[in-house]
Design a protein around this ligand. Structure first.
Ligand SMILES: Cc1cc2nc3c(=O)[nH]c(=O)nc-3n(C[C@H](O)[C@H](O)[C@H](O)COP(=O)(O)OP(=O)(O)OC[C@H]3O[C@@H](n4cnc5c(N)ncnc54)[C@H](O)[C@@H]3O)c2cc1C
Length: 825
């Protein structure tokens, strides 16, 4: 029998194993059959044949005979796992247990079920939610002048605060029964997105009370009394909440906070009651300076055993009215000159009754779990929506500016260098928005996907940075000179805020996405870890053995799948659609199998040490993240009815994501801690090399062109941006200019064809009049050209101010680390 026959046998075996999980006896019988066939045909003969047969028999006995397997495989591995797994702290355990796993688990496990993705209900708005967005949200946007807010007032104007409170903007997540709006995640996200396209300060002020804070915590853990008292007041802004977790010595490692509360008796409303004396020092707290209700996290201790035997009770969350004696609050920070309220607060031995603990006395010590469980919802909405807002407004307004602004006699958007940046802006905006929609769909289905929300927070804030930077490069000095007419400088300044809050990005990428994702999404890992921690040795061995066998089968299948799809370029992977886009599903299936296979090997080699290998873990985060975003893009395209004009955006986004996934896997292999194993794995993951490329220039140009003129594709991409029809408005003027320039295009062509140049010393209107008189253009052309020139002039101009004008006057009142120096300046 020839080589061809054996290639077919091996190929078929790979195909079957990649598609179906076989039981151990069936796999053993199949292996024996192939060996027998090999030796009968003479293909496997001589020393090599005998060696192979002996190895096979040895492995068959070890794995099929339970007692032998226990002794030679499971027990040594159980000991290894016990040795390499660091003890898990309470806070780590709470973080890992929090939330749910969702679609990301399919991608992690190497065999995404595309029909499942297709059938997830799309995130939509109810008629009422849409009416709110078209009404009060539009109105609020129109009321906000970001220059007035940030430069002149350093706060939202009182009328805007009033409108926010009365419009129940602060109660979007509060159910109607408590007087809130009871909005879906999608509606919440749409509101934040639209507000953020107008004013970062406005968006943040609305966003924070609806994210992780008193309302969310009360809803899930509050006593009925607390809910009935606070939720209606929070819904209409009678209480302004903030939530204080971070302090000077506990930032990313919030669990290490030194803030404490000692259980004791004290006076409350004229009576002696059980409570705590709380001491804290917090900073960076959004809305803190104007808050009336302070959500506070601190560690509770019970040295006098008033509650029971345990002394260290753990992190506890309480709600403290800021008017309480001893609460120091009201000073503010200036977070990159954004005007949203943010500041420090502190207290020393402030007595709070037990009834101020969220959930009351039974919830003392449960704070960390509460925070972890509730974190994913807000994290999946707030900052990702801000990222999308930046993408959409940059796409819309920078695109229009690039069409209107001319240099070298051409709109700058037609130069390839600018097209490259514009194409990236369009593609990344499409991707960020797709991720937002898919994640909102999950949240609206009641999921609390902690890994997905970390992915989205990271991805959308990082790419906000990319698109806004690109936008700034495109508009040049127009973005740099601050003033009422600068539409991008303020969002640009705000970028690091999004990067830092709700889980700083480096930490999120290096530690959380894969660290949590691996444990949560892996089908066997958690079972193995749990088994390893069982106190009864026999029970631990039995459970571990069961999980291990499942794990080995899973790993073999992913290896076979990775190799098979790698060799066949994913041609046999499944796709839920027909047509040219089906290949993208297949390619993603291929990457998913490779990812899963590699993740298993990395965990096997590094065990708990993977936690410290943050560069490796960060690349695994990248891989999972780009696969998630690519699948979100595919779903978005299908859900929106496959508009042909959006095809370049779809292709750009998926190709970009596939390429980035490939980069992540390649980098993992390059830096694999064991070089020979790394090489072997490379053969399985990239048997035909790295085949995915970045989007080509044609595709990038097609995406760029979408931003340069009015079209349905542009409107779809930028849907949700606040658009003003005032031609004097900061962004309304750009919209207006684009319209005017497009309307004057035919007149421009006539001018060009006439090859006439404006004589020096003659102004433009006079010259046009002359051309009209000479019948080079007609009256309509003349009017269109004048309007176009006026509108263009308006948006090209930047603000200037009297020389005496100074920015800010706060240095002398600064306090903190450099207060002495600050006072001197
Ligand atoms: C404008 C603003 C608003 C905020 N609002 C609130 C609020 O309302 N309530 C509240 O409680 N907090 C709030 N915060 C605090 C915010 O959550 C923290 O700033 C954040 O957790 C990071 O803490 P830190 O700034 O002390 O940075 P650090 O913890 O000092 O981190 C510095 C850098 O180290 C990285 N890092 C830390 N540990 C690791 C690790 N193990 N591996 C890799 N990298 C690591 C981080 O990613 C970051 O890049 C706000 C902060 C700002 C700036």
């Amino acid at each position: 029998m020839g080589i061809l026959f054996w290639l077919v046998v091996i190929g078929t075996a790979l195909f079957l194993v990649s598609r179906k999980r076989f039981s151990l006896p069936v796999a053993t019988a199949a292996g024996a059959g192939i060996l027998l066939l090999g030796s009968l045909s003479g293909f496997l003969s001589g020393f090599f044949g005998v060696l192979l047969a002996l190895v096979f028999i040895g492995l068959a006995v070890i794995f099929n005979v339970r007692s032998v397997r226990h002794r030679f495989v499971s027990l040594p591995l159980l000991k290894y796992v016990k040795a390499v797994l660091p003890p898990m702290s309470e806070t780590e355990r709470a973080a890992i247990d929090a939330g749910t796993v969702w679609w990301e688990a399919d991608l992690f496990r190497g065999s995404p079920d595309w029909d499942k993705l297709k059938n997830y209900p799309e995130a939509t708005l109810t008629a009422e939610e849409q009416t709110y967005i078209d009404g009060p949200v539009e109105e609020l946007c129109a009321m906000m002048d970001d220059w007035e807010i940030t430069f002149e007032l350093n706060d939202l104007p009182p009328r805007v605060w009033q409108f926010i409170k009365e419009g129940r903007f602060l109660g979007m997540v509060i159910p109607r029964e408590y007087g809130g709006l009871g909005f879906s995640a999608m509606a919440h996200s749409e509101v934040v997105t639209k507000l953020a396209t107008r004013s970062v300060t406005g968006a943040v002020s609305v966003m924070v009370p609806n994210s992780l804070g008193p309302a969310e915590l009360l809803l899930h853990y509050g006593t009925d009394e607390q809910k009935n008292h606070y939720l209606p007041r929070l819904a209409v802004g009678k209480e302004i909440p903030c939530f204080a977790l971070t302090g000077p010595s506990a930032g990313s490692d919030a669990g290490a906070m030194p803030d404490y509360g000692i259980v004791c008796k004290g006076q409350h409303e004229g009576q002696e009651v059980l409570g705590m004396r709380v001491t804290w020092d917090k900073r960076y707290i959004t809305l803190g300076p104007v808050a009336t209700l302070l959500g506070l996290a601190f560690k509770a201790y019970d040295p006098d055993h008033l509650l029971g035997d345990v002394e260290e009770l753990g992190i506890t969350c309480a709600l403290i009215p800021t008017g309480t004696e001893g609460v120091n609050i009201g000073r503010r920070h200036f977070p990159l000159n954004q005007a949203f309220m943010n500041g420090p607060n502190s207290g020393k031995d402030v007595f709070i009754p037990m009834e101020w603990v969220i959930g009351g006395q039974p919830m003392v010590g449960q704070g960390w779990r509460m925070l972890m469980e509730s974190l994913s919802v807000g994290r999946g909405i707030s900052l990702p929506s801000n990222g999308v807002a930046s993408g959409k407004s940059t796409s819309r307004f920078v695109g229009a500016y690039a069409r209107v602004r001319k240099q070298f006699n051409l709109p700058i958007g037609k130069f390839e260098g600018i097209e490259e940046a514009l194409g990236r802006i369009a593609g990344l905006t499409y991707t960020m928005d797709a991720g937002r929609r898919l994640t909102c769909a999950a949240l609206d289905q009641g999921e609390k996907p902690s890994v997905v929300s970390a992915i989205l927070k990271y991805y959308n804030t990082e790419n906000m940075r990319t698109v806004v930077n690109d936008g700034m490069d495109i508009i040049g000095g127009k973005g740099i000179c601050m003033g009422p007419n600068n539409f991008l400088g303020r969002p640009y300044q705000a970028i690091p805020v999004g990067i830092t809050v709700e889980g700083a990005n480096i930490l999120t990428r290096s530690l959380i996405i894969f660290g949590q994702g691996a444990i949560r999404c892996h089908p066997w890992l958690m079972d193995e870890i749990t088994a390893a921690s069982l106190p009864d040795r026999q029970e631990a061995l039995e459970s571990f053995d069961e999980a291990l066998m499942g794990h080995i089968g899973y790993a073999i299948q992913n290896g076979a799948r990775s190799l098979f799809h790698g060799l066949t370029k994913g041609a046999f992977a499944s796709a839920p659609i027909y047509g040219s886009n089906a290949k993208y599903y297949r390619r993603l299936s291929r990457m998913s199998a490779a990812y899963s296979f590699l993740a298993d090997f990395a965990m096997l080699f590094l065990g708990g040490g993977l936690k410290r290998k943050e560069m490796l873990s960060g690349r695994f985060a990248d891989g999972l993240m780009h696969m998630y975003m690519a699948s979100a893009v595919l779903k978005r395209f299908e859900d929106s009815g496959r508009p042909e004009a959006d095809q370049p955006l779809l292709e750009w986004s998926v190709r970009y994501s596939l390429f980035q996934t490939q980069v992540a896997l390649d980098q993992i292999l390059r830096n694999f801690p064991n070089t020979p194993i790394g090489l072997l794995l490379r053969g399985i993951v990239f048997p035909l090399g790295r085949r995915y490329r970045t989007p080509n220039d044609k595709l990038t140009q097609a995406c760029a062109r979408i931003l340069l003129s009015e079209s349905d594709a542009r409107n779809r991409l930028t849907e949700g941006v606040y658009l003003s029809d005032d031609p004097l408005d900061v962004t309304g003027s750009i919209e207006h200019a684009l319209k005017m320039v497009v309307a004057a295009e035919s007149a421009e062509r006539k001018l060009k064809a006439a090859k006439r140049t404006q004589p020096y010393g003659m102004d433009y209107p006079t010259w046009l009049q002359q051309l009209t008189a000479e019948e080079v253009i007609d009256k309509t052309d003349e009017a269109a050209l004048i309007k176009s020139a006026e509108a263009t002039h308006r948006i090209v101009m930047v603000d200037d101010f009297p020389n005496e004008m100074k920015q800010g006057s706060v240095a002398s009142s600064a306090s903190g680390a450099n207060s002495d120096r600050a006072t001197e300046v």
